[in-house]
Design a protein around this ligand. Structure first.
Ligand code: PLP
Length: 407
């Protein structure tokens, strides 16, 4: 009989957001007259920027005529978008990225999930805790870990992100081969300084390791001097892959477009010790298993780099950061401590009690959905993540209800 990949059976019973949905659905079914406000899942609420809508219409019109119709495009993405990215997202920061080092995709979730398959089965992993669950689960599926015991998988070096280290872990004392970092962080909203990232680059260089740098929220960085890209750090091109997404920058969660940068000088070895260009491996993987992002969507992404697109996307991220500021002020006024919200759309609130208990309290007493920190890892216990992705009206109402519930 056909057998399953048994590594899947090691995964914790259900996905965090499925657990949350179950509790919220049960509450809504029992209380149909009490509408809930969702500050849980990190999905955007505001519509696409007008430049993107105009680009989508124009590209659709091109698809309507034989002379301008487009079939399959290059799997790695159209040159017009890859060139705009290299210029605006990196050269403008003083970072060096070539257009052909950019791989356009339909989302960072797929990219951060898929990248691990080009590395060896016995790759030693270093993964933060709390963490975006995709990094851990995809390595469990690939068989790089043992069983889950007491909330942690054996075979992973967990990088604790706690109040004690300002939620930014330092490199561990032991060597690792593949390191996942995410700044601005989901779920904590913490950002890493130049010196902190430089320590990670130095560690990776010393250990011949690779950093997978998830910069899905870079467009929320406002504090001057905080790096937006790992490639702002000297030497990072030799040791880092960076992931970027248009989801939170321009509201593309439903449109789908992102990209991954793999520098051509990034090397990894085979069992014999021979060096291989990681770029060539990822190119092979990407072109074999992915058939490109649609032309209209890539045109919409390229429109973000026009002056009007820059102004409109800045308006969007400023709007969500405005929500985050209100949440931060309200939470602090209630005597709770938190981080995040200044360079990220998430706030990481110290609950002073079990995180699912606090989640249930806010759901039942305030009809507000948050995300229990324990769902992001052991170090998430005692915290909830509050997302700033909602309308101003809903955020204001949610904060009033939370204040009343916690009084
Ligand atoms: N990386 C992080 C840290 C995220 O929080 C998310 C989405 O919430 C993603 C990646 C996925 O982004 P995308 O919509 O491009 O798949």
């Amino acid at each position: 009989m056909i057998r399953i990949n048994e590594h899947f059976t090691k995964l914790k019973a259900s996905y965090l957001f499925a657990d949350i949905a179950k509790r919220v659905n049960a509450y809504v079914a029992a209380n149909p007259d009490k509408p809930v406000i969702r500050l849980g899942i990190g999905d955007v609420t505001e519509p696409l920027p007008p430049v993107c809508i105009a680009a989508l219409h124009a590209a659709t019109e091109e698809m309507a005529h034989r002379a301008t119709f487009k079939g399959y495009g290059p799997e790695q993405g159209y040159a017009f978008l890859r060139e705009a990215i290299a210029q605006h997202d990196f050269k403008a920061l003083g970072a060096h990225v070539e257009p052909d080092e950019v791989f356009i995709s339909d989302g960072s979730k797929c990219d951060v999930a898929n990248i691990q398959e080009i590395f060896a089965a016995d790759t030693r992993l270093a993964i933060p805790d709390p963490v975006y669950p995709v990094y851990v689960d995809t390595n469990v599926m690939a068989g790089r870990t043992g069983a889950n015991a007491d909330g942690r998988y054996t075979g992973i070096t967990y990088l604790d992100s706690t109040a004690a280290n300002g939620y930014v872990p330092a490199p561990p004392a032991t060597p690792a081969d593949l390191i996942y970092l995410c700044f601005p962080n989901n779920p904590t909203g913490a950002v890493a300084t130049r010196a902190q990232l430089a320590a990670w680059v130095a560690y990776a260089r010393k250990n011949n390791a690779i950093i997978l740098y998830d910069a899905a929220y870079e467009s929320y960085v406002r504090t001057p001097g905080i790096p937006r890209s790992i490639y702002e750090i000297e030497g990072a091109r030799d040791v880092a892959i960076e992931f970027r997404s248009y989801s939170k920058l321009a509201g593309f969660t439903g449109l789908r477009c992102a990209y991954t940068v793999v520098p051509k000088n990034l090397k990894a070895r085979d069992a014999s010790g021979a060096e291989h260009a990681v770029h060539a491996l990822w190119n092979r993987r990407h072109t074999t298993k992915f058939n490109g992002v649609s032309y209209p969507v890539q045109k919409a992404a390229a429109a973000i780099y026009t002056p009007a697109g820059q102004a409109q996307t800045r308006g969007l991220t400023d709007f969500y950061l405005g929500n985050a500021k209100l949440i931060r002020e309200a939470v602090t006024k209630l005597g709770l401590t938190c981080i995040g919200g200044d360079n990220a759309p998430y706030l990481w609130v110290n609950t002073g009690r079990d995180s699912w208990e606090f989640f249930d309290l806010l759901l039942n007493q305030a009809q507000v959905v948050t995300t229990p920190g324990a769902g992001f890892g052991k170090c998430g216990e005692g915290h909830v993540r509050i997302s700033a992705f909602n309308s101003r009206e809903n955020v204001t109402l949610a904060l009033a209800r939370i204040a009343a519930a916690l009084k």
